[in-house]
Write a new protein. Sequence first.
Length: 213
Amino acid sequence: MRLTARKAQPWVSVLLIGLLLVHPFVSARIGAFLFVLASLGALSLSITHRDRKLRIYFYIASALLLWSVFWNVQEGAHRIFVYLLCTSTYFLFLIIVISDLLRSKEVTKNEIFALINCYLIAGTVFSFIYELAYFLDPASLSFQSGSVGNHSVFLYLSFSTITTLGYGDIVPVAPFLRHVAVLEAIFGQFYIAIVVAFILSRYIQHRNTLPPA
């Protein structure tokens, strides 16, 4: 049984890409609010109505994260809980969508959008890991500019790593984060080489089996 709604995938792509473009131009608190609201809204939209447990989980996660932003949670165990909740929520969604993609018998344009969404969600998951590590130990990352604005900085680091771009202006210093960066780069390369190639081959096969117009 599919856990994701096919028709929702293009709208999820629009929300996630729009969010990445808007996030750097707003304040840290407004940016966090928009990020949580739009991202979790996209995840909830994507999950089918048939799976109540997943929808209930995402609704609870959304409420907790919006509460944390509204009350401006900044310190201690509450902040760590927020990071862990964000990471686990997006990671769960990533696993669900990839699982649906690999089990899909036919591939349409919606599955192509789902591929894009998986890539964006993966980058987001790693951005929360980087920010959590920085919150626990500010010396774990070296910033050329010497300051951290908001979460968009960690999104920039994550997507620079997953695409193996890496300008060198933000460098993981802690051994753990260096290994995380390596794993993210490996994921980015294997995702393109294996998952995307697998789905596109199915898409081409599906198109070839269609009767001529």
